[in-house]
Design a protein. Structure first.
Length: 276
């Protein structure tokens, strides 16, 4: 779980150290519920926008407290989901944990660096490239091909608008999450591209300018909150999904790893939208 805060794909690979196949699978299925470094910038931007939507800027301490709340919410969801899985579909006898200190050996920096680069960094980057290249082409085609003078991206957003409204968002926000499957960092740029109809991804402006653009599209404080919650609980990125498929050797468990956080995100967003 701690490794997942950096990268959920690396966190899934780190589950190899768990001896019990059942417990290793539980850790893999729940790893993406904590925000990775791809979701942190989006959450921070949304929290800043929320302060503007509330009518006053949050202090740094308040903003840090809100971000900490989202982190703890992800940790709580991880623990409760692990408990739920261990009592239901992955029921079994908990294994004991014994930490044995290995024999001391002189560190070998060269070997460590080479293994780290080859076995982990390049391993994860290769999978990211395999998913990012075709996904980038799809995003470009959707934003530039028009039908009846309307881009395919707008048609997709219109199609997703009804479920988006039920979750306190809109169709363009759901389209951003859907097309942001290759990398969580591009969710907000895709949403911005869709609203402005630029046809190309652009780096989001400062939060104040971004809030002005989104407010003109009907965003409210509730929209920001629901978007932040869904950012925390939605499908893992493509690299993580490919890694889960590799580690479990099962498409079924990969689908389960996608549906588990999405179910939590849909439920929480629906409740927030219904109650507030």
């Amino acid at each position: 779980m701690a490794m997942g805060f950096g990268c959920n794909a690396a966190g899934v690979i780190g589950c190899r150290i768990i001896d019990s196949p059942r417990e290793r699978l539980i850790a893999i299925l729940t790893n993406s519920m904590v925000p990775c470094n791809g979701r942190f910038p989006t959450l921070i931007t949304l929290i800043t926008m929320a302060s503007l939507g509330a009518g006053k800027a949050f202090g740094s301490l308040a903003a840090a407290a809100i971000l900490t709340f989202f982190i703890l919410l992800g940790v709580a969801a991880t623990l409760f989901s692990s408990l739920f899985l261990s009592k239901t579909v992955l029921k079994g006898v908990p294994s004991s944990f014994t930490l044995e200190l290995p024999p001391y050996r002189r560190p070998q920096p060269g070997k460590i660096i080479v293994r780290s680069v080859l076995d982990r960094t390049l391993f994860v980057l290769a999978r990211a490239v395999c998913a990012a290249a075709p996904a980038g082409l799809i995003i470009w085609l959707l934003s530039n091909i028009q039908v009846n003078n309307v881009s395919l991206l707008m048609h997709l957003a219109t199609f997703l608008d009804v479920p988006g409204r039920l979750l306190g968002m809109d169709g363009m926000i759901l389209s951003g999450f859907l097309l942001g499957f290759p990398a969580n960092e591009i969710v907000l740029p895709i949403i911005l591209m869709g609203y402005l109809q630029t046809g190309t991804l652009a780096e989001p402006a400062d939060p104040a300018s971004l809030f002005s653009i989104f407010a003109a599209q009907g965003w409210t404080l509730k929209t920001i909150v629901c978007t932040a919650v869904f950012c925390l609980f939605h499908w893992p990125c493509s690299t993580t999904c490919l890694t889960i498929k590799k580690e479990t050797g099962s498409i079924r468990w990969t689908v389960a790893a996608i549906l588990l956080p999405v179910s939590i995100g849909i439920l929480l967003c629906f409740l927030i939208n219904a109650l507030f």
